[in-house]
Design a protein around this ligand. Sequence first.
Ligand code: GDG
Length: 473
Amino acid sequence: MTPRPDAVTPPVDEPRASLVVVANRLPVQPDAEAGVNGWRPSPGGLVSALTSVLQRGNGLWIGWPGTSQHRHVPAHYEGIRLRPVPISADEYETFYLGFSNATLWPLYHDAIRPPAFHRTWWQSYARVNRRFADAVTEAAAPGATVWVHDYQLQLVPRMVRERRPDVRLGFFMHIPFPPLELFNQLPWRREIVEGLLGADLVGFQTRQSAANFSRLARRLTTADGTDALVQYEGRRVRTGAFPITADVARFAAAAQDPAVRARAKEIRQDLGDPEVILLGVDRLDYTKGIQQRAKALAELYADHSLDPEHHVMVQIAVPSRESDAHYERERHELEQVVSQVNGDYGLVGRPVIHYLHQNMPFDELVALYLAADVMLVTPFRDGMNLVAKEYVTCRTDLTGRLILSEFAGAATELRGAFIVNPHDLEGVKEAIRSAVRAGPRETRERMARLRRQTMRRDVYDWATTFLGALEST
Ligand code: GDG
């Protein structure tokens, strides 16, 4: 038997919580600069939205603290209670890098890279899910609301349901849910679907993902019903689309900050005051279609549709899952393409693609959104894609053009974008040409339309909408 890892301090005796968020990561992460026991908040809109929801409801956050080293985890963050779930160094390899990110991640993103199926990874996934479920079982008050997040924890709803039928259980999937033809490759397909069916409400980014899940549930289990509601083991399980929104208030405020606006001007100057700045911001992930952009750009310089003097691109590729071979290969290939394009078309002191393999500070990210005339978001598959929505949120003066993949969840809402199929290089080139040449009137009309969509609801509204739907199940 694998010994239960003891990497974090056990929870102290505390009253049980009426609202519980369960996610792979806690909202804090180790901060090496602040010493051995230093912590800082994890970045991201999801953390701030869920934190504000939990602050209002005697809330508890259950998650992994992001390290398998022994560390004291703070008991509270911003007035909410934290309960760490330990993951050993071996489980980090098999549960996190293995089953979550080398089996489920590629499978759920159209199998762009071949998913790997290993029984030992699956066993580790089930074991870690059990540990999360145990933490919920112990910490949830009678009749509590429990909200489980994402593909790393799909078995948790059923595991909790078996021991705590009194709680109200919601699950939200941040990434796409694949169609039957792909999902059925998974040797443990029925277990995963049954795991999710333990929830009262299973939410997805799009209606398509919700329908995929519901159909699979009816095919693989005794569930019966419609795309929106199935009966399963005498219970009703609702499914539906709850498209996540940007942290609108935070991005809109930063976009008005004079220091950030001044920095955007400075970035423009640093780039040599080109006519058009194109921008990409992504985790360095093979699903994001970053190479496609660079290849399209190369061909546009080659046929003189773009001019190295006047059109430059900035690509931020945030380091991600670096110990996985697929990610290592993706970085290697991308860097080759970028250096080739710069070698072929760059000028002395003026590369055409400014490539940064770095995590940007928040204000710098907003300054880049403000500096960019054309934003390129071209994933082969993406649950939603918040970068697209954040860019639109920052363009308060109705300038800026968005090129968006039809395979991002965001494409179902952001109709004012230049929509592309990233597999179609000619189509991507045509969209870049059109976006670069779009006049002020077309740009304004498109951006106004995009902003009508994105500015309507904040990420806090998203969280409360989901919880409202869960309460009414
Ligand atoms: C998953 C799903 C779904 C990026 N670079 C920097 C930085 N970021 C921030 C962005 C944005 C977030 O990271 C990335 O979110 P995305 O939605 O674009 O993509 P994933 O990381 O793949 O997220 C996705 C999402 O979950 C939410 O449900 O939309 O489909 O795959 O917020 O701003 N932030 C900073 N510096 C950077 O360099 N500070």
